[in-house]
Design a protein around this ligand. Structure first.
Ligand code: IMP
Ligand code: MG
Length: 181
């Protein structure tokens, strides 16, 4: 079933997001000056964020992608992370910054940091558009270096975030309310 756009209520407007992404880009440019930065976008949710963020980065930068799957289309995480697409280029000696749409339980990023660290990068960092700290499971003691917005525990869609693959194209982030049974 295709979910209805009318069930999405704006939480962060396109303008609010754009302003914050510009700030993050400037901050990352300062922090990574003189280094060898690779942004690693986590498909598919990071696509709009990565695409906007990279245009606000003024230091030399390369990009690559990883795809993982944990949700399987539902509104709650399965707790299992599966690697669907690996990196195209080695990251040995590079300063890698993972670019993610949202940190919820923290399982995805805990898995990814471990995966990338094993390839001996110079450093690993995390940039996430959204952070839902209330969703963090025990032990997932993650250090998120760059957070766009900290949000309460709601299911959000838009600007990369999906429900069953839909809504990623919305230019804003909104709360989705499912229809009554
Ligand atoms: P975690 O492993 O629980 O931290 O979940 C991270 C992934 O779950 C994100 O990359 C999203 O794909 C998905 N996710 C978590 N919360 C939401 C949400 O509110 N809306 C849509 N996707 C979400
Ligand atoms: Mg995701």
């Amino acid at each position: 079933m295709i979910p209805e756009r009318s069930r999405v209520e704006v939480m962060l407007s396109a303008e609010t997001i754009q302003d914050r992404v510009a700030e993050l880009g400037a901050q990352i440019s300062r922090d990574y000056a003189g280094r060898d930065l690779t942004l690693i976008g986590i498909l598919k949710g990071s696509v709009p964020f990565l695409s906007d963020l990279m245009r606000h980065i003024t230091v030399p930068v390369q990009i690559d992608f990883l795809e993982v799957s944990s949700y399987g289309g539902a509104m709650e995480s399965s707790g299992i992370v599966r690697l669907v697409k690996d990196l195209s280029h080695p990251i040995h000696g590079k300063d890698v910054l993972i670019v993610e749409d949202i940190v919820d339980t923290g399982l995805t990023l805990t898995y990814l940091i471990e995966l990338l660290t094993a390839q001996d990068p110079a450093s690993t960092g995390i940039a996430s558009l959204l952070d839902k700290p209330s969703g963090r499971t025990e032990g997932a003691d993650l250090d998120v270096d760059y957070v766009g917005f900290t949000i309460p525990n709601a299911f959000v869609v838009g600007y990369g975030l999906d429900l069953g693959g839909y809504f990623r194209n919305l230019p804003f982030v909104g709360i989705y309310t499912p229809p009554e049974e």
